[in-house]
Design a protein around this ligand. Structure first.
Ligand SMILES: C[S@@+](CC[C@H](N)C(=O)[O-])C[C@H]1O[C@@H](n2cnc3c(N)ncnc32)[C@H](O)[C@@H]1O
Length: 194
């Protein structure tokens, strides 16, 4: 069944909804993107319009579907060591002033599929070793958070990791896991997802 295109009123409803739920501001230029991302959910429920899907989401009876819509409407782009200046700051300013042996916790508050919290964990492991440190990882999208827990990535998504970090904290997949990388359990156990 072909899905109708999203109209301005419907787009406005989803704009408000995702702002209320996640604080995300969708510009009018995102109208087609929102329509495209939600089209398969309308098809799944055999609904004729985005307005009907909005009603289904907001009638209070479909929390799982509401989470699904949030998963679809968030943009989860990420990669290892994505913001180099943040890591320079962590090493050069934050960790340089840290009292050895005292607890240290970093919150990766929109961690996507885990590349950011594992990058932070690599830096903390370098500097704090076996000391009392951890990384807390959370994201509004439960779909990406599930990926983060696995710590398992296609090799072509791991370009940002230095050779040194690769050999110290990562396992290269073989056989059926070829072309993938697994963050070592010792590092994974330092990243707590909520
Ligand atoms: C562009 S990704 C950035 C990921 C990572 N921080 C990085 O820099 O590589 C943005 C992430 O923020 C998440 N997000 C958006 N709004 C959020 C909110 N209100 N609370 C928690 N996570 C949110 C999205 O689900 C998405 O995974």
């Amino acid at each position: 069944m072909p899905v109708a295109s999203i109209n301005d009123k419907e787009f406005g409803q989803f704009q408000k909804l995702i702002y209320q739920l996640a604080g995300i501001s969708l510009s009018p230029a995102k109208k087609a993107l929102v329509g495209g991302r939600l089209a398969k959910r309308l098809a799944q429920y055999r609904l004729d319009s985005y307005g009907d899907y909005f009603k289904l989401l907001t009638d209070g009876h479909n929390p799982t579907e509401l989470q699904m819509a949030v998963d679809l409407l968030t943009t989860n782009e990420t990669y290892f060591f994505r913001e180099p200046k943040h890591f320079d700051f962590l090493r050069g300013r934050v960790l340089a002033g840290h009292k050895p042996g005292s607890p240290f916790r970093v919150w990766s508050a929109a961690c996507s599929s885990g590349e950011e919290p594992y990058s932070i964990a690599m830096v903390l492991a370098d500097h704090l070793g076996d000391g009392p440190w951890e990384v807390v990882a959370s994201d509004i999208s439960t779909r990406v958070l599930e990926k983060a827990r696995g710590g398992h990535y296609p090799m072509d998504r791991t370009d940002g990791i230095s050779r040194e970090h690769l050999s110290r904290y990562c396992l290269k997949g073989i056989g059926s896991q070829a072309n993938t990388l697994l963050v070592e359990e010792k590092l994974r156990s330092r990243v707590k997802s909520t």
